[in-house]
Ligand binder design. Sequence first.
Ligand SMILES: NC(=O)C1=CN([C@@H]2O[C@H](COP(=O)(O)OP(=O)(O)OC[C@H]3O[C@@H](n4cnc5c(N)ncnc54)[C@H](OP(=O)(O)O)[C@@H]3O)[C@@H](O)[C@H]2O)C=CC1
Ligand SMILES: O=C(O)C1=N[C@H](C(=O)O)C[C@H](O)C1
Length: 268
Amino acid sequence: MNLLILGAGGRMGRSLVRAVSETNGAARVSAALERDGSQHLGEDAGALAGLSPLGVPVTADLDAALALVDGVLDFTAPAFSAEVAGRAASRGLVHVLGTTGLSPENEAAIAAAASGARIVKSGNMSLGVNLLAALVEEAARALPPGLFDLEIIEMHHRHKVDAPSGTALLLGEAAAAGRGVDFTQASVRVRDGHTGPRVEGTIGFATLRGGSVVGDHSVILAGEGESVTLSHHAADRMIFARGAVRAALWAAGKPAGLYSMRDVLGLA
Ligand SMILES: NC(=O)C1=CN([C@@H]2O[C@H](COP(=O)(O)OP(=O)(O)OC[C@H]3O[C@@H](n4cnc5c(N)ncnc54)[C@H](OP(=O)(O)O)[C@@H]3O)[C@@H](O)[C@H]2O)C=CC1
Ligand SMILES: O=C(O)C1=N[C@H](C(=O)O)C[C@H](O)C1
């Protein structure tokens, strides 16, 4: 499978190039993209990722890059990912979309593109987090709102630009599904000042940022006299990158549609 790496000079872009190189030829990096004016234009995508040169120079020409590939690995920025979804769909490509912080408008554009394309979208492409989401759904179902309050804490590196993290939102959605409630209605994404007591049945979020933390998430179910905490610690971005490559290879044989990482991993 020929793949285009978007944001090839970024933290995830470099990890994606390394993850593709681990597939023994099942997938290959055939194109790599950065924006116009990037310092990385013309650099070799392999060298940029700390590997031997691949003979794939980083380009800013999206159309030329899309013409060379069967699939796109996209961990970039919300508006750009929404735009790429339409352009990849018009060529019938697989689009693995890991970008977080998507607006409702971005989400709508991506859903529309999926009628003609195979899009795998997830706020977290790791096996561990997607298993955690299934466990959270089960725990939220078993420990009901009148008895257990549900809170989600996440911490990421100082460069992260969106909050709560895509993973925290994914875990919140799993909790809401377990409780049979509407996620948007139940979420409390910020608390500040005189908030009054906690409203029963809400799903609270707390965001921490600092240093080089790759990604830590905990879901706490707090009851009277006991609490249950389900956690995931990411030590290396390769867990996300390997998941993305696995998703691309999986989606190659699927009909058009919007898929999640839980579909890919059989955890849906
Ligand atoms: N789903 C998952 O499993 C994971 C998701 N993520 C998400 O992936 C995204 C990227 O994270 P990370 O790699 O840390 O971020 P980086 O900022 O390190 O990388 C993003 C890359 O995308 C490029 N880019 C952004 N906009 C454009 C554009 N319009 N055209 C071309 N290139 C563009 C950036 O270029 P420039 O620097 O010039 O802006 C940069 O090289 C985030 O949304 C993050 O939350 C991260 C890890 C795992
Ligand atoms: O920006 C990051 O770094 C990460 N983003 C994703 C998120 O928003 O949850 C996944 C991972 O936690 C790292």
